[in-house]
Ligand binder design. Structure first.
Ligand SMILES: Nc1nc2c(ncn2[C@@H]2O[C@H](COP(=O)(O)OP(=O)(O)O)[C@@H](O)[C@H]2O)c(=O)[nH]1
Ligand SMILES: [Mg+2]
Length: 440
């Protein structure tokens, strides 16, 4: 078994050292993340994920410390991830968090781990989402995530959580307005910590004006004092209550999350494509020299990207239909709203009507002379499907391969077809239809 499969298997059996090792690798190696997620896709995941978010210093870690105690006293297993984007503003806050939770370090039912992505802050929410999935696999009953701050990362991480707790403190009216809008709207439970201090009413009033029931749940506002465990008990009860109910909003959140994950990965592929593709520099030079505007350049690049990355290189190039009367044949396509372009291929004595369909096209063939190959086809078979053309990577190789397998080819060597592309025909005796191979 390879190393990653081995680690995944051990994590599934509750091995904490394996979990720690796997998280470290996922944190630093995007390729490992991808491999792990592909492996564990579809595995049943038990843990419920609770996200604590809020500005630095409001008391999230102090509260989580008690939440861990309360949950583990009930015999549950708890995993904690502290997310540290290591911005200049929040750097170092994790050390304090670790110390605050240190007393749980020897408890076999508690797993605490901090994750930072100092070198790639944008990538952190991506790795956290994947790491949460792995924690869920390890048999934890609850997984607690603490995200520092209230920016985009917190919003994204909260998508994957079953219950999001936004922690605030007294006197925060103006600060709340500075937060990323999504975070206020997406919390399920609001905590006003440091209730031993004055000014809690101001924060509460602001929240009351801005919270609405969602999916049959009215998000509660709970006042706590981080040092005072008895004030945290009602919070844990509310968390349990929220976790236990059918939550129609959760599916919505997951859909939102999936959308961002798709976009993220697409983004990765696009960036990778640009880095690998020499054409990219060329496009930039063209725009810099004013040979092309940048909208057109990006559209061209996107076309290439679609062709080479998204659509892969195989597929239908075109379908050709032989007809006696071009105008009559193209009418239906025009009526359906397609544009038709025309081309005369002298050598074949044929007029071609071209209708683009995504990456493929339909070609309507009308003979221009009585001795055109298309005239002969019409005489023999009548109007209808003439041939099918498929894209191949390397036409010489494909021809060799088919010849070796005993198929009959009309062209044993490629010739140049429309658009200067290399083409070759396979005999209908072999393919049941006249089949054209087109390179590129
Ligand atoms: N006065 C007061 N201080 C608190 C309370 N809860 C936490 N703190 C203190 O606030 C500071 C920040 O707490 P911490 O849990 O690290 O906040 P975090 O950044 O949100 O995780 C620490 O010095 C805590 O001791 C509280 O209820 N009242
Ligand atoms: Mg903290």
């Amino acid at each position: 078994m390879d190393q990653i499969s081995n680690l995944v298997e051990r994590v599934r059996n509750g091995d904490r050292i394996a979990l720690s090792k796997l998280i470290t690798r996922m944190e630093h190696e995007p390729e490992v993340r991808k491999e792990v997620i592909k492996k564990i896709y579809g595995c049943p995941v038990k843990g419920r994920i609770i996200c604590f978010t809020g500005p630095p210093g409001v008391g999230k870690s102090t509260i989580i410390d008690h939440v861990i105690s309360i949950l583990t006293e009930g015999g549950k297993k708890v995993g904690v991830i502290l997310v540290d984007p290591r911005s200049p503003y929040t750097g170092g806050s994790l050390l304090g968090d670790r110390i605050r939770m240190q007393r749980h370090a020897t408890n076999q039912n508690v797993f605490i781990r901090s994750i930072s992505c100092a070198d790639n802050p944008e990538g952190i929410s991506r790795s956290v989402k994947d790491i949460l999935k792995v924690m869920g696999l390890s048999g934890m009953d609850y997984i607690i995530v603490e995200t520092v701050g209230t920016g985009q990362i917190a919003v994204e991480v909260s998508y994957i959580c079953h219950t999001t707790v936004l922690v605030l403190m007294p006197n925060m009216g103006d600060d709340i307005q500075m937060m990323k809008a999504g975070i206020i709207e997406s919390a399920d439970i609001y905590v006003i910590n440091k209730s031993d201090l004055q000014g809690g009413d101001l924060t509460e009033a602001y929240l009351r004006d801005n919270i609405e029931p969602r999916g049959g749940w009215m998000p509660p506002i709970i006042k706590t004092i981080g040092y005072n465990r008895s004030t945290i008990v009602p919070l844990v009860e509310k968390i349990e209550e929220h976790l236990s109910r059918e939550n129609p909003m959760y599916m919505e959140k997951i859909r939102g999350l999936l959308k961002t994950m798709f976009m993220d990965y697409l983004d990765d592929l696009a960036v990778h494509f640009l880095q690998e593709n020499n054409g990219y520099e060329e496009f930039v030079s063209k725009v810099a020299k004013c040979e092309c505007d940048y909208y057109t350049a990006v559209e061209e690049l996107f076309k290439k990207f679609k062709k080479e990355v998204l659509c892969n290189d195989k597929g239908i190039d075109h379908v050709a239909i032989a007809v006696r009367d071009m105008d009559e044949a193209v009418k239906i396509w025009r009526d359906m709203g397609f544009d038709v372009e025309y081309e005369i291929v002298e050598e074949q004595k044929v007029k071609v009507g071209i209708i683009h369909m995504g990456d493929a096209r339909i070609e309507i063939l009308e003979p221009t002379e009585v001795d055109s190959p298309i005239s002969k086809f019409l005489e023999k078979r009548g109007e209808g499907l003439h041939h099918l053309a498929v894209k191949v990577d390397d036409i010489e190789k494909e021809i060799e391969k088919l010849k070796e397998m005993g198929y009959r080819l009309i062209d044993e060597r490629p010739r140049i077809g429309a658009g200067g592309k290399k083409i070759a025909f396979v005999h209908p005796k072999s393919a049941k239809i006249l089949l054209e191979l087109v390179e590129g």
